[in-house]
Structures are given as C-alpha cells and as structure tokens.
Design a protein around this ligand. Sequence first.
Ligand code: FAD
Ligand code: NAI
Length: 466
Amino acid sequence: MSYDLIVIGSGPGGYVCAIRAAQLGMKVAVIEKNPTFGGTCLNIGCIPSKALLQASERFEEATHMLPKMGVGVGKPKLDLPTMMKFKDDGVDGNVKGVAFLFKKNKIDSFQGTGRILGAGKVEVKGTDGKTQTLEAKNIVIATGSDVAKLKGIDIDEKRIISSTGALALDKVPEKLLVIGAGVIGLELGSVWRRLGSQVTVVEFLDRIVPGMDGDIAKSFQRILEKQGVTFKLSSKVTGVDTSGKKLKVQVEPAAGGKAETIEADVVLVAIGRVPYTEGLGLKEAGVELDQRGRIKTDAHLSTNVKGIYAIGDAIAGPMLAHKAEDEGVAAAETIAGQAGHTNYDVIPSVIYTFPEVASVGKTEEELKAAGVAYNIGKFPFTANGRTKVNQTTDGFVKILADAKTDRILGGHIIGAEAGEMIHEIAVAMEFGGAAEDVARTCHAHPTRSEAIKEAAMAVAKRAIHM
Ligand code: FAD
Ligand code: NAI
C-alpha cells in the first residue's frame, strides 16, 4: 500500500498532522500501537487529568465555597468509582472523536507498532504478530514520550505510581508522597488532596515549577501550602522500602546529608517525561538523536534523513499537547510545499490547579539572563471587582514589556481561570502588540480579564484601580 504520508503515533501531534495533510489533498495513513487513538494526551494525560481536576474541584467547592454563598448542599460524599467513570466517559468521547475525524478525512489507520525500514518504508506489526509493509513519500514520527523513571524505585502503578496510576487509584490514599514539584505532581497532588489525602511533595530544586516565572512560583507555593500541601524543597528521594504495610520513603537533602524517613501509602513519581522512540528502527534508518534521546530536527521539523519528519514530545521543546498539534500542522504544510511554521516564542502553558497558573513568552528570570531591559506591570486580583465579589482573589497578572518599544515579551497569571485568560496576551504577542495596545483595548466589566488590562496599564504606571 502506498501513501503520500504515513504518521506514526496518533497523539495530538500525529492525529492533527494526519488531518491537516488530508485537508491538503494527501493520501494519509496513521499507525497506532494502542487500541485507541489520541496518545498520551487523550488516554492517560491532559484529558483524564482535567476530568479529575474538575470533579475534585467541585467536591472541594461543595465543602468550602457553596455554604458561603448560601447554597446548602450538606457534606458532600465522595463516590470515587463514579468519579472515575466520569473521567473514563470523557476519555471515551474524546478518543472516539479522533476515530470519527479520521473517517471523515478518509485517513487509513493501522493498529500495530510501526518500525521504519528506511526512507519511504514502514513495517506495521499487529498485536497478532503479523507484519505488513506500507510505503509512503513522507513519514512523520509522532511517537510522543514516556514516564521518566527514578533509579532504584520500581513503579508498580499500585503503591508506587506514575501519572497513569494516579489517574486510576481505587481508593484515596491517606498519605500521598509526590516526587517532583512540576506540573504533574501539583495537578495530581491537588486532585488527591481535595479528595482527602495528606500530600507531601519532595522537590530536588529550591523552588517549585522550574521554568515558570519566579514571582508566580513563590505565590503558587504559598497558596498550595495554605490549601494543606507540604513541600520539602532541595530534597531528593533515595529509596522506598515497600516491605511493610506503609511505604517508608528515604528523603535526603539534595546536596547530601542526613536522611529522614517519611511514611506514605502511595508514592507518585513525577520527575518528568522522556522521548519515546523504542523499537522505531531509528538507528538502522540513520535518524539522529540528540544527547537527551530526542529526535533531532531542523527548523522545518525534518530529521537528517530526507522524507522523515518528527514532531511533538519526541523532539526538543516543551512537552505540551498544543505544541505537538502546531508542529503537526506545520509538518503537514511543509510536506505540501507550504511555509509551515511554529512560533516557539508564543506557546502558552497552563497548570490546571486552583488557582490556575498560566504563562506565555519570557519569564523575568529569562529576560534578566538575556540582558533585556524590561518594564513590569502587575495587578492583583484583590483589586478586581469580579474576583472580589466572587471571593476568588488569590493571585495576580504580570506583564513584561520591552523597556524601549513597549512590546509584550511575556505574560504570567496566577488566579481562577488563568488558563482561559492567558490567550489574550498570547494573541497580542503573536501580533507583535505593545502593552499599550492591551491597555487601550476596551474590556467588558466585570470580568477577570480586566486585571490583564490593568496590568498592561501598570506597565506605564497608570493602573486605575490600584
Ligand atoms: P503522544 O500523545 O505521547 O502520542 C504518541 C502516540 O504514539 C501514542 O499513542 C503511542 O502509543 C504511539 N506510538 C509510539 N510508538 C509507536 C510505534 N512505534 N508505532 C505506533 N504507535 C506508536 N499537555 C498539555 O498541553 N496540557 C495538559 O493539560 C497536559 N496534561 C498532561 C497530563 C499528564 C498526566 C501527562 C502525562 C501529560 C500531559 N500533557 C499535557 C502532555 C501531553 O500529553 C503531551 O505533550 C502530548 O500528548 C504529546 O503529544 P504527541 O503527539 O507528541 O505524543
Ligand atoms: P516536570 O518537568 O514538569 O517536573 C518535574 C519536577 O521534578 C521538576 O520540578 C524537577 O526539578 C523535579 N525532579 C526531577 N528529578 C527529581 C528527583 N530525583 N527528586 C525530586 N524532584 C525531582 O515534569 P512532570 O511534572 O513529570 O510532567 C512531565 C511533562 O508533562 C511536563 O513537561 C509537562 O509539560 C507535561 N504536562 C503538562 C501539563 C499541563 O500542561 N497542564 C500537565 C501535566 C504534564
């Protein structure tokens, strides 16, 4: 069978690439080794985690917020199997959506593991062990990433879990110890804390969410501590004793020193993810990897082998679904002879805790390190009418603008619904907008987004409500 394009992997990178290529008139095949489409994001990542974050947030709201608003619902009772079904139904709807889109766009799909035999040739090995060879003018590798393991700590997905196990626990652990204060640790740690776990987060560095703006991270840590999360920063886990009923976790200062033992019922390992390229035949096909095992690509997402492209978590850059999607579109358009492009300077990132944390562009630390002169505009939600009346005043908006040109270089928000609000700043940045452009744009009242306008005004020291 011969195609214009074969995509290996049906995550957000792969399935979006396949659809865009089909829209551009290509005959496309997708190879997926899992029984369902959608990759990490739809099956064991973005989608199920957001279902549990949504459900657990409502659970907490019913306990603490609704009575304050005069809505008496009594003490909420947790029905964990139903909450898990709510999550599974959401996943099911999403993965079926991808199958529908493949059909609609006349994309052929093959269930099995893809192995590149050379430029233009891919072998598919089905679950029954049978193989077939497909041919194509172009191949896009979109095989994603896998959980990073911690030496000497074996993940059994029951007591020592990765994010996958944390999305499917059958009871609320009394004590949950999270290794890694990154996005997964804080999102899934929040889920289980809301449902009743005592959560301790052990982080190697001296701060949480490395890579996020430092101001935001400090405020985020304070808020999470207020919610009951305990942090052990500058610390590392050196071992977990699984012999007893309780897990005994050995924690040491990151720099070395006296170890302490912390008891836990469940340990969540969330120290990052690594590119997944196992069994793809890259070495034989001559496709180069970088030192971190990521597939090397040029500015057009092409590998060193003509006709083989790579996108998403398997290559360099933030491991985010929307980054993979944008690269999927760019790769398809490039293959079709168009000017496919991804703007890596404007990729928003959101942590879906309560409050949410959202960011786009440069952090203050990055601007300092690059020696760029900037102005800061900050506006707290305590001074925003809508958040005040809704009593969700934790957090602030921070805008960083070039000191000379006023061009927006970065935007950072911590606060309720920050993940929806950040896109206003992203669009302004995509258009090369200045802080004054946002400041002079009329914003509806009363909205949380007025805090963005005020932060933009604060860049020129002319915020009204502060
Ligand atoms: P993947 O989604 O990993 O898909 C790769 C696919 O390739 C898989 O289906 C795999 O089975 C298949 N495959 C691999 N090798 C082969 C082969 N040889 N043959 C055939 N098929 C193969 N990102 C966000 O932007 N927002 C979020 O809220 C978010 N939440 C997350 C929560 C969790 C718990 C996790 C783990 C991740 C989350 N992410 C989130 C990250 C996001 O899931 C990834 O960035 C995204 O899925 C990457 O997409 P991808 O297409 O590159 O790869
Ligand atoms: P991460 O890179 O966000 O965080 C890992 C954390 O673990 C870091 O703070 C790191 O310093 C720490 N760490 C590393 N080794 C350690 C050790 N030995 N002991 C203690 N701490 C250690 O990785 P995470 O949270 O696993 O997420 C993986 C990827 O998935 C991220 O890159 C993220 O982009 C993506 N993701 C995105 C989400 C979103 O967009 N909302 C949600 C969940 C995941």
